[in-house]
Design a binder for this molecule. Structure first.
Ligand code: NAP
Ligand code: GDD
Length: 368
């Protein structure tokens, strides 16, 4: 019999890649989903109905629902990926963020204890480089002091410490992956990388005029999400539980990401001005765009406190987990995201054209 995994946050970017990874390894995969007014779960629709793939209604804000699912599934491994994961949104909804991202972790740990699975069930907690926040050293490793700098990061810090506490107090096999930003063609559309690749594709195809961004000078260590889910699994296969930094060790600015994404869709930008006055002007590309401002800054996307210098040191993961941080380069990541969005926008454009034609045909009585 293969192992049984329970994934919270299965509908998210990482949950979908992790599900595919574990199914390929022969796991029975169970996931927690929330009731939503829209029934289509885009990232896992291709897995629903497959043998070994099961979904359960529960919510990280509802202890009883978690206890019920954990008791029913009796998992060998739990991957706690569920979170209100948007840093800017955490300033608008700080209490909800704390409930899910902090107390939610405690609810998982207690559910495992309530079901008497603490000796058998291993737990992965999705921790984050946001813990370093207003960074006290560059690059950041497992020893770097934390300085969380948003309601999201403060909530995640609780999750990190409660996992450590349960490991030491009850001898549970639970660990935190301190993951730096990881992106993909499945990334949520309001995170900066996906916002950029989608806008670049829409601008290239004449469906959008301009992209508005916040802090262009912010630096991130961006990796590919598909590579990172393997680390989550590796952390649960070790002799002893421990916490690991997962990163590429390479850093770029938001501006550099935008520059490269636009180049991939055939548009060259020149950057002019500073701060809120900075602009990305098209110097080469389709004639209709040359000379136009395609990227501008809007203070609407500034954060009350912003984390601006993340760079991870993945030496421990390389050494102890045998993980290769250089599997997908920054250039490959930008290319695969830009290409996926070019195809998505083209398909949406074609569908919209069919709908427009259909409306016209109906109006003219050509189609009845
Ligand atoms: P994501 O795409 O935003 O997915 C978040 C998932 O959490 C979704 O499945 C969401 O469900 C679920 N969720 C939210 N609130 C919930 C609740 N109350 N009960 C149950 N499920 C809930 O995030 P991601 O990028 O895959 O990230 C996965 C985890 O890693 C998160 O914990 C994130 O904070 C952490 N992390 C991410 C990164 C990164 O760069 N991606 C880096 C470090 C850490 P719905 O679909 O129903 O909304
Ligand atoms: N979202 C967004 N939108 N960010 C922008 C924009 C914009 O228009 N313009 C500039 N930025 C800057 C933000 O200020 C931030 O400094 C940086 O781009 C990255 O923002 P996000 O892509 O929203 O990601 P994040 O780093 O705040 O958070 C992500 O990574 C964390 C790991 O470090 C999320 O996935 C978190 O869940 C994760 O923990």
């Amino acid at each position: 019999m293969g192992k049984r995994a329970l994934i919270t946050g299965i509908t998210g970017q990482d949950g979908s890649f992790l599900s595919e990874f574990l199914l390929n390894k022969g796991y029975e995969v169970h996931g927690i989903i929330r009731r939503s007014s829209v029934d289509f779960r885009e990232r896992i629709a291709h897995l629903e109905g497959k043998p070994g793939f099961h979904l359960h209604f529960a919510d990280l804000g509802d202890s009883m629902s978690i206890v019920k699912v954990v008791g029913q599934v009796q998992p060998d491994e739990i991957y706690n990926l569920a979170a209100q994961s948007h840093v800017q949104v955490s300033f608008d909804a700080p209490e909800f963020t704390a409930d899910v991202d902090a107390v939610g972790v405690l609810r998982i740990l207690e559910a495992v204890r309530a079901c008497h699975l603490e000796k058998r069930c291993r737990i992965y907690q999705a921790s984050t480089s946001e813990l370093y926040g207003k960074v006290e050293a560059v690059p950041q490793n497992e020893e770097t002091p934390f300085h969380p700098y948003s309601p999201y990061a403060v909530a995640k810090l609780y999750g990190y410490w409660i996992v450590k506490e349960y490991r030491e107090a009850y001898g549970m096999y639970c660990c935190s992956g301190i993951l730096f930003n990881h992106e993909s063609e499945r990334r949520g559309e309001t995170f900066v990388t996906r916002k950029i690749t989608l806008a670049a594709a829409r601008i290239a195809q004449g469906l959008q005029d301009r992209l508005l961004l916040g802090n262009l000078s912010s630096k991130r260590d961006w990796g590919y999400a598909r590579d990172y889910v393997e680390c989550m699994w590796l952390m649960l296969q070790q002799e002893r539980p421990d916490d690991y930094v997962i990163a590429t060790g390479v850093q770029h600015t938001v501006r550099e990401f935008a520059d490269l994404a636009f180049r991939h869709v055939g548009i060259t930008l020149r950057w002019e001005g500073e701060g809120a006055d900075e602009k990305g002007i098209c110097t080469a590309g389709p004639d209709r765009l040359v000379g136009k401002i395609l990227v501008a800054v809007s203070p609407d996307f500034y954060r009350p406190t912003d984390v601006v210098n993340l760079l991870g040191d993945p030496s421990k993961a390389r050494r102890e987990l045998g993980w290769d941080p250089a599997r997908t380069s920054f250039e490959q990541l930008v290319a695969l995201m830009a290409e996926a969005d070019m195809a998505k926008v083209a398909a949406e454009g074609a569908a919209a054209k069919v709908r427009t034609n259909l409306a016209e045909y109906l109006e003219k009585g050509i189609v009845k």
